[in-house]
Design a protein around this ligand. Structure first.
Ligand code: FES
Length: 196
């Protein structure tokens, strides 16, 4: 990973965390915003995505930060379409996306992943840094605020009501300003990703 990519990801997370201190109800899951240089250099995480069944998600740690790995089903991939008008940045064009230099096609801007079925995305809400809850079922509305009329599956952050779809794209009219950030990663074989 280049220094520029690393800086972009950390900038994004730090930006989301910057106001944690002013929100009594927000739970800060990420505290180490400025790790030492030797920590940065060593911080890579390998993960075999074949260990996750289709439709399931796992949260792993990378540099002390939670990262979601979601194995999307064909139905989940279909659920990424048809609600662009509800999203703040449906084509992933905001500044933090520049770290994903593999993101070149419209499909990649929607799936936000190198392989469509495997999403690797920061688990840190871009508002104040809570970890959103996984709400994959279409139409599920079991929380009390900021409920989209049509829920296409995704994550709901209970701290202040931000919602993200199954690509981690943020909905309009919620506190979070950005899509969930994409950590730098690549495949080192068919199924194993190297994050960092
Ligand atoms: S931390 Fe405020 S909505 Fe997620």
């Amino acid at each position: 990973m280049t220094d520029n990519k690393r800086r972009n990801f950390l900038y994004g997370v730090a930006g989301g965390m910057g106001a944690v201190g002013v929100a009594a109800t927000a739970v800060p899951f990420v505290r180490a915003i400025q790790p030492a240089a030797d920590t940065l250099a060593a911080a890579e995480t390998e993960f075999d995505t074949s260990s996750i069944e289709a439709g399931m998600m796992q949260t792993i740690a990378w540099r002390g930060q939670p990262v979601f790995i979601l194995h999307r089903t064909p139905e989940m991939l279909k659920d990424l379409y048809g609600h662009d008008d509800m999203l703040r940045d449906p084509m992933s064009r905001a500044i933090p996306e520049v770290q994903a230099d593999w993101m070149k096609t419209d499909e990649q801007r929607i799936t936000r992943s190198i392989k469509p079925e495997i999403l690797v995305v920061s688990a840190v809400c871009t508002h104040l840094g809570c970890v959103p809850g996984f709400m994959p079922t279409t139409g599920q509305k079991d929380w009390g605020e900021a409920v989209p009329i049509h829920w296409p599956g995704g994550w709901h952050c209970a701290c202040h009501g931000s919602n993200y779809d199954l690509s981690g794209r943020v909905f309009k009219d919620v506190p979070a300003p950005y899509n969930l950030f994409l950590p730098p990663y690549k495949y080192i074989n068919d199924t194993t990703v190297l994050i960092g």
